[in-house]
Design a protein around this ligand. Structure first.
Ligand code: FES
Length: 169
C-alpha cells in the first residue's frame, strides 16, 4: 500500500515558497556574476609592472638624490648604491666575498666591515683587509634621463675595483 499524502497538488503556499526560493537563487547567481565581472574589470584596468622592473631592474632614484661620497642601502635589492667623490655610481653587493655574511656600511669608519671575520672593504667595495679574497660583487648601473637604475638580476664578480666599473651620468 502506497502512502499518497505527499503527492498532493501544489497549493498556493508551496508555489509561493518555490518561487521565492528560485528568485533568491537567481539573485545569488546574479550577484556572483556581477562580482566576477567587477573582479575581471579591476584586473584588466590594474597597471602592469614595468617590464624592466620585472626583469630585476631597480629604480634607485634621481642622480641628485645621492650626495657625493655617500652610501645608500637598498635592502630589497640586497646592495648598496655608492656615489663616489667624483660623482660616479657603483651598486655594491652586501654579501661578503669570504663566506657570504651580510656586510654593513660603517659610516663613522667610512668602510664596510664584515661582522663574521672582520674583512673590510672601502666605499668602492675593494678589499682593505682579508680574509675576503676579492672585492665585493657589483650590479650593473645605468643612468637614464637622470635616473639611476640598478640591474639586480645580474651580478658581476671582480677581483679588484677598476674605474671602468663606475657608471656616470
Ligand atoms: S664572511 Fe665576511 S669575513 Fe668571513
Amino acid at each position: 500500500m502506497v502512502d499518497r499524502r505527499d503527492e498532493r497538488p501544489p497549493t498556493e503556499e508551496t508555489g509561493t515558497s518555490r518561487r521565492s526560493f528560485l528568485s533568491r537563487l537567481w539573485l545569488g547567481l546574479g550577484g556572483l556574476a556581477l562580482a566576477e565581472y567587477v573582479w575581471l574589470m579591476v584586473e584588466f584596468l590594474r597597471p602592469r609592472p614595468d617590464p624592466a622592473e620585472a626583469a630585476g631592474v631597480l629604480v634607485a632614484g634621481p642622480v641628485e638624490q645621492f650626495e657625493l661620497d655617500s652610501v645608500t642601502a637598498f635592502p630589497a635589492g640586497r646592495f648598496y648604491l655608492t656615489r663616489l667623490a667624483d660623482g660616479g655610481f657603483l651598486a655594491v653587493s652586501r654579501e661578503c666575498t669570504h663566506l657570504g655574511c651580510t656586510v654593513p656600511w660603517m659610516a663613522d669608519e667610512g668602510r664596510f666591515v664584515c661582522p663574521c671575520h672582520s674583512s673590510a672593504y672601502d666605499i668602492r667595495g675593494d678589499v682593505l683587509s682579508p680574509p675576503a679574497p676579492r672585492a665585493l660583487d657589483i650590479h650593473p648601473v645605468r643612468i637614464e634621463n637622470g635616473i639611476v637604475k640598478v640591474d639586480t638580476g645580474r651580478t658581476l664578480k671582480r677581483r679588484y675595483f677598476e674605474a671602468s666599473q663606475v657608471a656616470r651620468a
